[in-house]
Write a protein that binds this ligand. Structure first.
Ligand SMILES: Nc1ncnc2c1ncn2[C@@H]1O[C@H](COP(=O)(O)OP(=O)(O)OP(=O)(O)O)[C@@H](O)[C@H]1O
Ligand SMILES: [Mg+2]
Length: 505
């Protein structure tokens, strides 16, 4: 059995998102789909899943054209999709979430819940997913939530499964588990389309790699014939330097000082538990750690978005522990948040509006009580150019931009100011290799302009490449400090809470 996208073209206002794209996947095959931010990957998959109607072109299974007007048509044809933003109800159990999307007749009643629990158990053991049907979604780590999405797809008997950037939210261990699952699906005869910005992952898991650029499929290669450099070049259309270049740091005065900070998470547990750290002007401090060890709450607290229970945060000597986000922002603190859709952007606003989002009360964008729109637009146009944000204009809603381009809007806005302290969480999540190169160079530039930089990332590679000093966060505290030249095994062990003690895993 073969799924085929044939001559797909999709025209959005001002953007030709897909331009005569051809792609196919067979039974028991894993196809990796790579491409720059805005290349048209998600659009193509949304067409396959019945969310968008193509301007022209067809989707076929074994040469039979499909009528795809909605996701239920796609599901009926055996096509499943695991979205980048999970669509689970946090307060429901796994089993409840799995039956949620089914037709109403099947939904009601105790019996059906029993059946759903059994289904979850069966699928879970068949594909070694290790998911408890009675667990409540919000209590589960992201990696397990993703498995619930996979169970939903399998419960509907998908023969083809699309994963749109499934690994960007996973820890390295979770990625390993995910790959085992995907290989299990493959061995069971499923056809898989896998989208990722991590070239190494495509090389590891795919049988075939298809590369898109500016709406077109530009290359198709076998993993054995290429390496990461070659893939990057095929994607971006020029050689990409995958290493970070920087001089030795010359740290100055302490800019950020955190003493014995205590912060509670949403469930009133001590997510940050007496943490202390310092970041000096002109240095990049990277916080490594397995997600869920308090990094999110730490950053929210430092940026004024979450109150602390104890401890002191100082910025250039001034106590800012209880300051509001805006007052911290006004003290020249740039913040790239972890969840761009939740706290970085107003999705219904235009690109220009988002660029001036928190500077609208400052000159030159503001003139007293009036907005100076031409200055705002000028800034937006310049940043779109500098950061290579792919958008038809600065007047479209930011929600229409591709995921990676939304992230670039935030980074551009935050870095285009006089900055004393940069706090960046997962700054390159979902960003293509070409733009990662640029954003990393901008981060180093901020450092060289004497800013203090704090990077939080679950990508150990990113932390070791960028940082002048590495702190490992474990269980709400700093569990170790490392030089960037330290071995990743050593850092990895500290991330698991074992400071050199044997067998602590
Ligand atoms: N609903 C929409 N309305 C208008 N334009 C859109 C819409 N969805 C996508 N686009 C445009 O289509 C192009 C392709 O976007 P798409 O999301 O498919 O890219 P992508 O390859 O998935 O990128 P990324 O790696 O950043 O996720 C972009 O230029 C985007 O601005
Ligand atoms: Mg996308």
């Amino acid at each position: 059995m073969r799924l085929e996208l044939k001559g797909i073209t999709k025209q959005f206002p001002g953007v030709l998102a897909n331009d005569d794209v051809h792609l196919s996947v067979g039974e028991g095959e894993i196809v990796a789909l790579l491409g720059e931010n805005g290349a048209g990957k998600t659009t193509l998959m949304n067409i396959l899943y019945g969310l968008y109607t193509p301007t022209s072109g067809e989707v076929l299974i074994d040469d039979e054209p499909l009528e795809l007007h909605s996701p239920s048509d796609a599901i009926a044809a055996g096509i499943g999709m695991v979205h980048q933003h999970f669509m689970l109800v946090p307060v429901f159990t796994v089993a409840e979430n799995v039956i949620l999307g089914d037709e109403p007749a099947k939904r009601a009643g105790w019996l059906d819940k029993q059946r759903a629990r059994k289904t979850v158990r069966d699928i879970s053991s068949r594909y070694k997913l290790d998911v408890d049907p009675d667990a409540v979604i919000e209590d589960l780590p992201v990696g397990i939530q993703q498995r619930v999405e996979i169970i939903k797809v399998l419960e509907r008997e998908a023969r083809f499964v699309v994963f749109d950037e499934p690994t960007s939210v996973l820890t390295p261990t979770e990625v390993e588990g995910f790959f085992n699952i995907v290989n299990g699906l493959k061995n069971d005869g499923k056809g898989i389309i896998f989208i990722s910005h991590k070239l190494g992952e495509a090389l590891e898991i795919a049988d075939r790699i298809v590369i898109m650029r500016r709406g077109r499929t530009v290359a198709e290669v076998l993993p054995a014939d290429v390496d990461e450099e070659k893939l990057a070049e095929l994607m971006v259309g020029r050689p990409v330097d995958l290493r970070v270049h920087k001089e030795e740091a010359t740290p100055g005065d302490v800019v950020l000082s955190v003493e014995h900070l205590v912060v509670l998470d949403d469930r009133h547990q001590r997510a940050v538990d007496g943490l202390s750290l310092e970041v000096r002007a002109g240095e990049i401090v990277g916080i490594a750690g397995v997600q869920g060890n308090g990094q999110t709450e730490l950053v929210e607290s430092l940026t004024g978005m979450r109150p602390s229970l104890g401890g002191i945060v100082r910025l250039n000597g001034e106590d800012i522990t209880t300051n509001s986000p805006r007052s911290i922002h006004k003290r020249n603190v740039a913040h790239v948040p972890e969840d761009r859709q939740k706290s970085g952007l107003v999705l219904s606003f235009t690109v220009t509006e988002n660029i001036v989002l928190d500077s609208y009360y400052e000159a030159p964008v503001s003139r007293g009580i009036l907005m100076n729109w031409s200055a705002a637009e000028e800034r937006a146009l310049r940043l779109v150019e500098e950061y290579d944000v792919r958008t038809p204009s600065v007047d479209v809603a930011v929600s229409t931009l591709s995921g990676g381009n939304q992230q670039k809007v935030i980074v551009a806005r935050e870095f285009d100011r006089d900055v004393a302290l940069v706090i960046a969480s997962q700054p390159t999540r979902g960003i293509d290799v070409g733009s990662i190169e640029y954003i990393h160079s901008r981060i180093v530039e901020e450092r060289d302009n004497n800013a203090a930089v704090l990077i939080v990332s679950s990508e150990l590679d990113e932390i070791t490449a960028l940082s002048d000093r590495i702190l490992v966060m474990y269980d709400g505290k700093i569990a170790g400090e490392f030089d960037p030249s330290a071995s990743t095994t050593e850092i990895g062990l500290a991330m698991l809470g074992s400071q050199g003690e044997a067998g602590a895993m």
